[in-house]
Design a protein around this ligand. Structure first.
Ligand SMILES: O=C(O)COP(=O)(O)O
Ligand SMILES: [Mg+2]
Length: 223
């Protein structure tokens, strides 16, 4: 199905979002959020609300959790900084509740066997990314950009632009695959075609609203 997006050929570079696209990480993220809240005598947020708050990086997730809402105005900066440290310490533990979505391993194997170069560009802090990919058996990627690798994160296209420059691959030969509006906006700003998955996290909104080039229910549909 990829061939239809690339004039009968394949992209030379495929860049993937992580949370909500390759792995369902919300159970472990919610556990860490709830631990951070419990340390403050606050009730748990729970998986459903955390699912709506993920996607703009850990500092924003923690601010939303402290506000109890995706709108996080009025959260104290010092409190948010301390809460972020507690959240990161809690998230540093087990990732046993995190699972790989169906079809992901099949697509990665198929692309690798065709020498397509691969990157992960996520808003998750960089230090968690390589260990998680390894632990979940997703193999190695040529580039990993986390939410704190560059001064800006998605929806800014800087991560995509950096990887394309290092790969020496032009935008028209590159593809981004993600689950949220941050991904679609970053890909558009980088001039890259974008495939969206229907099963991920998009702040409680249908990802169709962002008009990706293609929408799939599982990644092996791209094979
Ligand atoms: O917000 C996060 O921490 C993760 O987000 P992403 O992997 O979907 O970019
Ligand atoms: Mg995502």
């Amino acid at each position: 199905m990829l061939a239809t997006l690339f004039g009968g050929g394949l992209p030379q570079l495929v860049m993937f979002d992580l949370d909500g696209t390759l792995i369902d990480s919300v159970p472990d993220l919610a556990a860490a959020v709830d631990q951070m809240l419990a340390m403050r005598g606050r009730p748990p947020a729970g998986v459903e609300r955390v699912r709506e708050w993920v996607g703009n990086g850990s500092p924003m997730l923690v601010r939303r959790a402290l506000a109890g809402s995706i709108e996080h105005e009025g959260v104290d900066d010092d409190e948010a900084a301390l809460a972020l440290q507690d959240f990161l310490r809690a998230y540093d533990g087990s990732h046993d509740a995190t699972t790989v979505y169906p079809g992901v391993s099949e697509l990665l194997q198929w692309l690798r066997s065709r020498s397509v170069r691969l990157a992960v560009i996520t808003n998750k802090p960089e230090r968690f990314v390589a260990p998680l990919l390894e632990e979940k058996g997703l193999g190695s990627f040529d580039w990993i950009i986390g939410g704190d690798t560059l001064p800006v994160k998605k929806p800014d296209p800087a991560g995509l632009i950096r990887v394309m420059q290092e790969a020496g691959v032009a935008p028209q030969h590159s593809l981004f695959v993600g689950d949220s509006r941050n991904d679609v906006q970053a890909a558009r700003a980088a001039g890259v075609k974008v495939v969206a998955v229907s099963y991920g996290y998009n702040h409680g909104r249908p990802i169709e609203e962002e008009q990706p080039d293609l929408l799939v229910d599982s990644l092996d549909a791209l094979i």
